[in-house]
Design a protein around this ligand. Structure first.
Ligand code: BGC
Length: 751
């Protein structure tokens, strides 16, 4: 019988699919043989060299006194990797030194490519507000493409630390407070950075960091200790790391913090038992910057040599700028404190990645001047940065007061045909502040400020501008304030750009007071007194506390640090060319006193049932328990109706379905969110946990049946023995537009 071409093709595809893991494992075995053969030729000093990572000249500077020694170490094969060296010219120059070493083992070049390389994308927390996994993956892919064209093999991203404490400046670098959302984003970022397979010249190795629990530093103070139950660790803080691993992440970075008394860098339980043991991680672990050395001030190691022993025995493979392995590891092996097999294993893990990247075949594979030039000039990257910035913007408030002549209830989108718009504030014409922290490429793409973006789209409307005070607004002098008020008085509407400066969020940027810095509230109040409608555009790397503006502004657009195309993105939202679709990936508290605050809190024995009567209830006497803006909150210029919920058995689980309709006048995207509560269990469960979501685009009047599969993934949890499973009993399934805006619910019984 003749086989049709379609069937033949399908069969060929199926056999290829079946063959793929076999091919992969054949390739793995081949690399393993090469690694073993190479290790046999290496001296102990050379093996230790592979575990030593140095920062390069961009950081230390060619004038740094030990620069010459560093170059000599590279030539001697005593360095395995460099960070902070970038660009084709520099990476070629340094790689050439490594190739003068006895075994000519190429260097790995790592860099913190966190939210773009040359084209700056929104900060990771901002991107997370898009809840759009394709866009996030694309952003990471473009960052990787640019970095990989500029000599970089490896990025120290994504940061997958869950954090529920906006005092901690590094919330900016992560995906926010939620385990499930954070896990999805971890996966998207790893796939984006690494592409289909390591070794492509448009991909870099990714790093899941900081392992583990760094986001729970006590009191939100950076580098501080972490003390948490193992249950909390397994349930909330580890899953995004596991998701990164399942997506194939090449490396892990450990963390600065102690976890329950043991520095993460010295924790064999975290690195050997969990990560490399039960999770089966086959890549390598890099320490955080100097974290091996820092075990001395922690009081966990007596000196640098003891720190080297403890970190290596705990499974920290590479020492980033700690100089502990380079100074002491050889001796530790000779004295028997560290087994040779531990060093072999660590060096083998590093060498494996160098083979996998193809560096032994071509050490300059990522350093091609023509490709660097072409890729860094690719204009499609800016288009993607604009789209990502639009998707990351969250419309926190819109209304109730409509502008005269506006067809919609809120002041936004701004009506066409306004006579004059006043663009005011310290961040209105700033460029650097739109980029946020972790911008590592010196010659970055030009940034469009908010004022420039508004001018480009304003048409016949006149745009008037007053800065009022410098970014940060430490002082606000009477003359500048008067000038701003005068500009405001002549306008139909005020766009007020306020927030943090780029360097107020990020590493070592913890704040005890997360209100709007400086005199910005005062500026708002003076403008408010003009009676003109105010649209506040806020930039920040974290949730801020801004109660006056939340109460009195007519609309609030939270733009995070939106990147190179930030001004265009903000303007497109203000004028309605883009309908906002972002949702908060982290709770916005009313005050610092409520922190840590998450929607996924536990029920107490004394829950508040009536906000007016909280006596002897789990409450505050001076504040509601509720946040200012809840996790998952974000408005649109259209409206969505949720109706007709059905729960049906389906296979081994159930299918929850409902109808979602766009009931407004514009196309828009809604993020429908599924939350679950296990009503009674052997371990008390949170009031709500996000278990799934979908981002759905609907035209006006259009509706769609949305389905969520309900199975063990949605219902299971870690019990007291840290075993993952579903306990029978009652569950509540909730779907809604935000964690505090549940539209439909259904009970579910698991017999
Ligand atoms: C940070 C890491 C970063 C490393 C290298 C450290 O201070 O904690 O996240 O990757 O520096 O720059």
């Amino acid at each position: 019988m003749k086989t049709s071409p379609h069937v033949a093709l399908a069969r060929a595809a199926a056999s290829l699919l079946l063959a793929a893991p076999l091919l992969a494992s054949a390739q793995d075995a081949q690399i393993e043989r090469k690694v073993a053969a190479l290790l046999k030729q290496m001296t102990l000093a050379e093996k230790v060299g592979q575990l030593h990572q140095l920062s390069g000249r961009q950081f230390t500077g060619p004038t740094s006194s030990d620069y010459a020694d560093k170059l000599a170490d590279i030539r001697a094969g005593r360095v395995g990797s460099m960070l902070n060296v970038k660009g084709v010219a520099d990476t070629r120059e340094i790689q050439a030194l490594a190739l003068q070493s006895r075994l000519k083992i190429p260097l790995l070049f790592g860099l913190d490519v966190i939210h773009g390389y040359q084209t700056v994308f929104p900060v990771p927390l901002g991107e997370s507000a898009s809840w759009d996994m394709d866009a996030i993956r694309q952003s990471a892919h473009i960052a990787a493409r640019e970095a990989a064209a500029s000599g970089i093999h490896w990025t120290f991203a994504p940061m997958v630390d869950v954090s529920r404490d906006p005092r901690w400046g590094r919330v900016m670098e992560g995906a926010g407070e939620d385990t499930y959302l954070g896990s999805q984003i971890a996966r998207a970022r790893v796939l984006g950075f690494q592409g289909a397979k390591l070794g492509g010249t448009d991909a870099v190795m990714a790093t899941a960091k900081h392992f583990a629990a760094y986001g729970a530093a006590i009191a939100g103070r950076d580098y501080n200790a972490v003390d948490m139950s193992e249950h909390q660790l397994f349930e909330v803080y580890l899953p995004p790391f596991k998701a990164a691993l399942d997506a194939g992440v090449a490396t892990f970075m450990n963390s600065f913090n102690t976890l329950n008394g043991v520095p993460a860098t010295g924790s064999a339980w975290l690195q050997r038992d969990i990560l490399k043991g039960s999770w089966g991680f086959r890549g390598f672990v890099v320490s955080d910057w100097g974290s091996v050395r820092e075990m001395v001030p922690h009081g966990y190691a007596s000196d640098l040599s003891d720190a080297a022993v403890k970190a290596m025995n705990a499974g920290s493979d590479m020492d980033m700028e700690g100089y502990a392995y380079s100074a002491h590891l050889e001796q530790a092996v000779k004295s028997g404190k560290v087994k040779m097999s531990a060093v072999d294993e660590a060096a083998g893990r590093v060498l494996y990645k160098k083979f996998e990247l193809g560096l032994f075949d071509d050490p300059y594979k990522f350093s091609d001047a023509a490709r660097e030039k072409a890729v860094l000039a690719d204009s499609s990257h800016r288009a993607a940065a604009l789209e990502m910035a639009q998707k990351s913007i969250v419309l926190l408030k819109n209304g109730p007061r409509p502008l005269a002549g506006a067809a919609v209830p809120g002041p936004l989108p701004l009506a066409r045909g306004l006579k004059r718009i006043a663009v005011i504030g310290p961040l209105a014409d700033s460029q650097r502040d739109l980029e946020g922290g972790w911008v590592v490429q010196g010659e970055r793409a030009p940034v469009v400020s908010i004022l420039q973006g508004i001018r480009r789209r304003a048409g016949a409307t006149e745009i008037v501008h007053a800065q009022a005070c410098a970014p940060g607004c430490a002082t606000l002098d009477a003359a500048s304030l008067e000038q701003a008020v005068k500009v405001a008085q002549q306008s139909d509407v005020i766009v007020l750009a306020v927030g943090e400066t780029w360097d107020m969020s990020g590493e070592a940027k913890s704040r005890t007071d997360i209100s709007l810095p400086g005199q910005q509230e005062k500026l708002f109040e003076a403008l408010k007194a003009t009676g003109k409608p105010i649209v506040a555009v806020m930039l920040a790397g974290r949730p801020l506390v801004f109660n006056t503006i939340a109460d009195q502004a007519d609309a609030i657009v939270y733009a995070w640090f939106p990147g190179s195309e930030g001004g265009n993105a903000v303007a497109s939202v203000l004028f309605g060319d883009y309908n906002p679709s972002g949702k908060l990936p982290i709770t916005f508290p009313r005050s610092v006193g409520q922190i840590p605050l998450s929607y996924a809190q536990y029920q107490t024995g004394r829950p508040v049932t009536d906000e007016n009567n909280v006596v002897y209830k789990s409450a505050y006497i001076d504040s509601p328990n509720t946040p200012r803006y809840a996790f998952g909150h974000g408005l649109s210029y259209t409206s969505f109706a949720y109706t007709d919920l059905k729960l049906q058995r389906s296979g081994a689980g159930s299918m929850l379905s409902f109808d979602l309709a766009n009931t407004g006048a514009r196309s828009g995207e809604e993020v429908v969110q599924l939350y679950v509560r296990d009503m009674v269990a052997s371990v008390v469960r949170p009031l709500k946990e996000l278990k799934s979501f979908q981002k759905v685009l609907l035209k006006p009047g259009e509706h769609k049946r949305i389905q969520f599969a309900i199975g063990p993934e949605q219902l299971a949890f870690f019990n007291r023995q840290l075993k993952w499973g579903v306990e029978p009993g009652e569950f509540r399934l909730m779907v809604g537009s935000a964690s505090d805006d549940i539209r439909l619910e259904a009970p579910l019984t698991i017999p």
